[in-house]
Design a protein around this ligand. Structure first.
Ligand SMILES: Nc1ncnc2c1ncn2[C@@H]1O[C@H](COP(=O)(O)OP(=O)(O)OP(=O)(O)O)[C@@H](O)[C@H]1O
Ligand SMILES: [Mg+2]
Length: 148
């Protein structure tokens, strides 16, 4: 039991607002409650970029402030879903490549485990793993629980 407690003392949960990611948060909540752990919910804002093939660069609004606002409300939704959680809750908002940022934070902060959704907002049902959960599970130095 003591070994298990240290296994889930700090859990990272990356969320993108998809139903599957909320399922992952529910799993992490239950695990965290059982083992008295800190839950860290993370969202990575992807800056929008478009490149055209014919040399014209189409205008794409890149309102970072708006994207940041959406990210913040997503993390607030996560906090609302964790209402009543007895342990510590943290949130991280990052910008850039989601898998890259998630893996950087996992290595830097040495979480005990990552709990992540198998799919996300692209929602292609035929594919078992999205690109973010595939990269995170492949390269993470700590155990990754992939939630359906
Ligand atoms: N921007 C993000 N920030 C934090 N976590 C994310 C982000 N994107 C995805 N995730 C996490 O990864 C899980 C799987 O999502 P992923 O993006 O890999 O699948 P997808 O959207 O179906 O496919 P893809 O993005 O490769 O087209 C999500 O349930 C969520 O837990
Ligand atoms: Mg995705």
């Amino acid at each position: 039991m003591e070994v298990l407690r240290t296994m889930f003392h700090s859990i990272l949960v990356p969320v993108d607002g998809s139903e599957t990611a909320w399922n992952a948060l529910e799993y992490a909540k239950t695990l965290g409650e059982k083992f008295g752990g800190t839950l860290t919910v993370m969202h990575v804002v992807k800056p929008v970029q478009t490149i055209s093939m014919n040399g014209d660069v189409p205008y794409v609004p890149q309102n970072i402030a708006e994207l940041e606002g959406i990210g913040k409300s997503l993390l607030q939704m996560a906090r609302d879903r964790l209402a009543g959680y007895p342990g510590k809750i943290e949130t991280i908002l990052e910008f850039g490549n989601p898998a890259g940022r998630i893996l950087f934070v996992v290595r830097e902060r040495q979480f005990d485990a990552v709990v992540i959704g198998c799919r996300g907002l692209s929602g292609i049902a035929e594919i078992f793993l999205g690109s973010v959960s595939a990269a995170v599970s492949q390269h993470s130095p700590v155990p990754v629980l992939i939630v359906k």
